[in-house]
Ligand binder design. Sequence first.
Ligand code: NDP
Length: 255
Amino acid sequence: MSVSLFDLSGKTALVTGSSRGLGRAFAEGLADAGARVILNGVDTTRLEEAAAAMRLAGRDVLTLAFDVTDEAAVVAAFETFDRDGIRVDILVNNAGIQFRKPMLELATADWRRVIDTNLTSAFLVGREAAKRMAERGSGKIINIGSLTSELARATVAPYTVAKGGIKMLTKAMAAEWAEKGIQANAIGPGYMITDMNEALLANPEFDAWVKARTPARRWGRPEELAGTVIYFASAASDYVNGQIVYADGGMISVL
Ligand code: NDP
């Protein structure tokens, strides 16, 4: 097998929610494999800071701030790409939010916000990307799931439902779009060191639980997911479609 199977030179990748955390690590990995990357988020200051740091490291980076839950904004983003002659060859649907609240105390608006940000966004952005990929007869979509694509956990019901949905949306994309030359796969990270888990990382009991239950005995580092996203973004996975890979230090195997 040739290393060039993983070469992304000449490709453009849009990574939603890539101003920080896992999205930024995905963007850095794809850029290091040769892709031009488009960073996205809602906080424009944070977005431009991330882009500046990546450019300093020699990476080819564009930015476009838009809210992935806003259908009109998503459509407008792709119209901007069309106008500027930018072809999104690789889409990573990564933007997400999480907060903890028991279902009996959960407001409907908060349920909808979590579902919209973690699941409906992947449909909205995926649909715009796939229209263009289908015209060209090729494209790679990588949806970011979670251990909760497989397992329910208390106090994160809408997140769990959204991530379970990501797993099935990935299969639905594969079922409908494989014949158009598009591969859609998903990554299910375990417990990772990012802002999303700031409170949990600072909680000694939760930290001990993660370390005890993860066979790797530690939290994951965002950069450890880069190889998985490069695989799904590259020619190395051209006949792999509709799959979810858990990158979780082995946790899902023992829970
Ligand atoms: P962070 O909270 O660190 O970063 C979230 C990113 O998403 C930010 O770039 C944020 O942008 C962006 N974002 C949030 N809402 C929107 C929106 N409406 N439109 C556009 N961008 C948005 O999260 P993580 O890096 O930890 O998580 C990334 C993904 O990985 C999520 O889907 C998450 O569910 C998933 N995941 C994370 C795990 C973990 O342990 N951390 C485990 C399993 C899955 P801004 O900076 O502008 O706010």
